[in-house]
Design a protein around this ligand. Structure first.
Ligand code: NAD
Ligand code: UDP
Length: 340
């Protein structure tokens, strides 16, 4: 990738920090904008330790137009990777307005500031959740967006539409909508990783926090699904592969318009298989018990990931064993995340 300057909104977060490392390693200049509502400034020291370079950091909010304007005036930004947003599905049903404000209005304000600064290349963090509740698996980009079941998912679908309309209105905009499946794992150095605040909502950090002794046991939500072992199946991909997918998308965004890509491995793994794989790779036991189904969970979904491979030359290459080993390397070295 040529030497260029990339603004990463939400760059102190889980996926953003891994993407920052990969961009810096490839020679890009990185500006991180984050309000730290779900992250810790220590991540910047860790990025420095890994890459030898400290990204420029702006503590600010995507909703703050004045802050955005100042930033675009100060740095000569070529493109934006937009991770900033709220992401807890359950919480989004409790405080929907905060989700629409941050995720939808925040993106709108960001796009207005970008347009004013003449920056019209954007990579957006979307989600497999936009396929909705009734889509057949595997999910493929040619399917229409489906009926979302919570404000978080709806906010992602709304932003996809907003960005599609923007591109239709002005052919100078080039936008990639990256639909992530289930990112897990950590940088192999163990210096950066996923650091959820409070009780983890997601499976992988819950497993690793049980393993490190922070939580007593894992509750597996449902063992009566119509899958091989009765537990839900998801398409887990290594966060380093996901980060590389952003670089691949950025490298191909020159011809205008909206481009949609699934970023997943193309196969599903059940919750029980995840627990067994973690135990096999790390040698650490993860006590678990079966609990009732979690409301809103779908039995099984995974990506058709062939479009990203064909058009971006991107394919998830890291194995499930690497995902487990890297998760454990991070968690065991940082039992309390960045607060150690
Ligand atoms: P994260 O919470 O670790 O990172 C998001 C970052 O954005 C945080 O550092 C937070 O402080 C920051 N932020 C939030 N609102 C902001 C605002 N208004 N202004 C400035 N900064 C703000 O989450 P993540 O897992 O790295 O996810 C990144 C993006 O990818 C999110 O948009 C999320 O919805 C999306 N996504 C994540 C997953 C997943 O499983 N992790 C799956 C699909 C999509
Ligand atoms: N899961 C679980 N126990 C947990 C957290 C998650 O059994 O403590 C299950 C959940 O029901 C789902 C799978 O693990 O089937 C992945 O959940 P996660 O929240 O990580 O991803 P998502 O549901 O968003 O795909």
């Amino acid at each position: 990738m040529s030497k260029n300057t990339v603004l990463i909104t939400g760059g102190a977060g889980y996926i953003g920090s891994h993407t920052a490392v990969q961009l810096i390693t490839q020679g890009s200049k990185v500006i991180v904008l984050d309000n730290l509502c779900n992250s810790n400034a220590e991540v910047l020291n860790r990025i420095h330790s890994i890459t030898g370079i400290r990204p420029e950091f702006v503590k600010g909010d995507i909703l703050d137009r004045g802050c955005l304007d100042k930033m675009f005036a100060k740095y000569s930004i070529d493109s934006v990777i937009h991770f900033a947003g709220l992401k807890a599905v359950g919480e989004s049903t409790q405080i929907p307005l905060a989700y629409y404000q941050n995720n939808v209005t925040g993106t709108l304000v960001l796009c207005e500031a970008m347009a004013a600064a003449g920056v019209k290349t954007l990579v957006f963090s979307s989600s497999a959740t936009v396929y909705g509740e009734d889509a057949p698996v595997p999910y493929i980009e040619t399917m229409p967006r489906g009926k979302t079941s919570n404000p978080y998912g709806t906010s992602k679908a709304m932003v996809e539409q907003l960005l599609t309309d923007l591109c239709k209105s002005d052919p100078e905009w080039s936008v990639a909508l990256l639909r992530y499946f289930n990112p897990i794992g950590a940088h192999p150095s163990g210096l950066i990783g996923e650091d959820p605040k409070g009780i983890p909502n997601n499976l992988m950090p819950f497993i690793s926090q049980v393993a490190v002794g922070k939580r007593k046991e894992l509750s597996i939500f449902g063992n009566d699904y119509p899958t091989d072992d009765g537990t839900c199946e998801r398409d887990y991909l290594h966060v380093m592969d996901l980060a590389d997918g952003h670089l691949a998308a950025l490298g191909c965004l020159s011809d205008g318009g909206v481009h949609i890509y699934n970023l997943g491995t193309g196969s599903g793994t059940s919750v029980l298989e995840m627990v067994n794989s973690f135990q096999d790779v790390t040698g650490v036991e993860v006590p678990y018990s079966f609990a009732p189904r979690r409301e809103g969970d779908l039995p099984a979904f995974w990506a058709d990931a062939s479009k990203a491979e064909k058009e971006l030359g991107w394919k998830a290459s890291r194995t499930l064993d690497e995902m487990m080993a890297d998760t454990w390397n991070w968690q065991s070295k940082n039992p309390n995340g960045y607060d150690d």
